[in-house]
Design a protein around this ligand. Structure first.
Ligand code: 6GU
Length: 254
């Protein structure tokens, strides 16, 4: 996948995509990321890209001319790609959106700065995305989040495909609790079901814990989960160490 990022401060992206899983995905050619400075399309001797808002108010806005020229230039320079505007007014990013975006051959991410975009820029975006209900100084960190979340949905980037399917939110539920060695640490022991090697029991235990944990921590997601008869049974016996399982059962009325 080719990912192109339009930004006024390309320097903040230095090295962030070069380590660990994203770095390996870049080196193996699964993803290719290019940062473009849209000040190259700025107006006049100072390469101006911003101006004060009509009607007054604090801060500066991105002017339509330079940014839209940069977007059109990039869009027409390669394979068809959704143009994604990064703004706190966009649709909140979800795991399903990350999965969907990972199916494209090319993505164009547009980072705003200052107080935002002149409204006439917005039609140049195919979609506007936000990464949460808080305001960042610009879209750059949001672009990094999107690149990370989308990249790991591309087959081959995360070492083990099965591990992606077990992620929190992959099927709408949070991940189950996980433990590694030692089996007992500071008087706290790993649930015995995980040590017995009975695969079917482990699968069932994990599913029950994942559901109980989702119910406790994210009731908004839990309400949307399609629950099978087996799931309801597992919830009855689930014990989630980070929460009170009786409280969970009371809340979700199983
Ligand atoms: Cl995409 N941009 C900015 N500036 N702030 C945000 C955001 C994006 N998502 C959440 N807050």
């Amino acid at each position: 996948m080719k990912i192109e990022i339009l930004s006024l401060i390309p320097g903040v992206f230095a090295d962030v995509f070069d380590e660990s899983i994203l770095g390996a995905a870049k080196r193996s050619g699964l993803i290719d990321i290019t940062i473009h400075n849209f000040r190259d399309f700025g107006e006049g001797r100072h390469k101006t890209v911003d101006d004060a808002p009509f009607g007054g108010g604090p801060g500066m806005l991105l002017k339509p001319g330079p940014l839209v020229s940069a977007i059109r230039n990039l869009r027409d320079s390669g394979p068809i790609a959704p143009v994604i505007g990064l703004t706190p007014q966009g649709v909140p990013l979800t795991q399903n959106m990350a999965k969907e975006l990972a199916c494209h051959e090319r993505l164009i991410l547009v980072c705003g700065r200052y107080e935002g975009f002149d409204e006439r820029i917005l039609p140049a975006f195919d979609v506007q995305i936000s990464i949460g209900d808080y305001v960042l100084t610009g879209g750059e960190f949001a672009a990094m989040v999107i690149v990370d979340a989308v990249s790991r949905m591309i087959p081959g980037t995360v070492g083990c495909e099965a591990s992606v399917k077990e992620d929190s939110f992959y099927d709408g539920a949070l991940d189950h609790p996980q433990f590694t060695r030692p089996a007992t640490w500071e008087k706290s022991s790993v649930p015995s079901v995980l040590l017995d090697g009975h695969h079917a029991k482990i699968i069932a235990w994990r599913r029950g814990e994942a559901l109980a944990r989702t119910a406790a921590k994210r009731p908004d997601h839990f309400r949307r989960l399609p629950l099978s008869q087996d799931d309801r049974g597992l919830l009855q016996t689930a014990f989630c160490p980070q929460s009170e399982s009786n409280e969970i059962r009371r809340k979700i009325k199983v």
